[in-house]
Design a protein around this ligand. Structure first.
Ligand code: DGL
Length: 261
């Protein structure tokens, strides 16, 4: 039987749209409710307790839309708050974490650079993933302070300055795989590729793998949607600003509403 309830997603900002894009590509028949907690960006500057509280409030808000599955479309919130969410709610929850496992399979040099928010870079969750999937490899965690905010507000000059800064650090490590460990960064893929042009460095993110995971969970419970597709967008800050940037990133018209969480 079809399950037409929407899939819920949240991030601190527009980064989660990079995950939404991949899920929509794989599951075009599904409906979505997306929330950007822009009033509280950057999540990288929040404590574990604050992230638990915010994530819980957002999940409760999304549940008022009767979501059938939650995607925490934010590496930082996943690293700090997913355990809390899983112990509080019974719906299936998919988190986004840096793609260490595929990176470990790809590297020939045995060196991987993870670009992430400073909070994700230093999280115990990430250390655990590295120990599990790349124990014998050199994994460099590069905390990219400010990069997600420059993407959030599409500050191009700042994006270029920070990319030069952090990619120089990456190059110094000799890594041949870069993992984009923040959902804001896939929107920078072309700029990153331009800057490493001519090298053998591969750039990967988690978007596709998350979409595949969502699909397999829905498959297991035979709960794909059938019928009208609906998309709802919310922000905890300024809906006009969000709509403008989301429309330019997704290349279709987004009209967001204000959410009080
Ligand atoms: N997109 C979020 C992530 O994947 C950014 C977190 C932040 O707001 O610092 O980590």
């Amino acid at each position: 039987m079809a399950d037409n309830r929407p899939i819920g997603l949240f991030d601190s900002g527009i980064g989660g749209l990079s995950v939404l894009k991949e899920i929509k590509r794989l599951l075009p028949g599904e409906s979505f409710v997306f929330l950007a907690d822009q009033a509280n960006i950057p999540y990288g500057a929040k404590t574990q307790r604050q992230l638990n509280e915010l994530s819980e409030r957002i999940t409760r808000f999304l549940l008022t839309h009767d979501i059938k599955l939650l995607v925490v479309a934010c590496n930082t919130a996943t690293c700090y708050a997913i355990d809390h969410l899983r112990s509080t709610f019974i719906i299936p929850i998919v988190g986004v974490v840096p793609a260490i496992k595929p990176a470990a399979n790809l590297t020939k040099e045995g060196k991987i650079a993870i670009m992430a928010t400073p909070a994700t870079a230093k999280s115990a969750y990430l250390k655990k993933l590295i120990k599990e999937f790349a124990p014998a490899l050199n994994v460099f965690r590069i905390g990219c302070e400010g990069l997600e905010e420059s993407v959030e507000y599409l500050k191009l000059k700042e994006i270029y300055r920070l990319l030069d800064l952090y990619l120089n650090k990456v190059k110094k490590t000799g890594s041949d795989v870069i993992v984009l460990g923040c959902t804001h960064y896939p929107f920078l893929k072309q700029e990153i590729k331009k800057r490493i042009n001519g090298s053998n460095i591969r750039v990967i993110d988690s978007g596709r793998a998350i979409a595949t995971r969502v699909k397999s969970i829905l498959e297991d419970s035979t709960s794909f949607a059938k019928g009208n597709v609906q998309e709802l967008y919310y922000t905890t800050a300024d809906p006009r600003q969000f709509s403008k940037i989301a429309s330019s990133l997704l290349k279709y018209r987004v009209i967001a509403r204000k959410a009080l969480i």
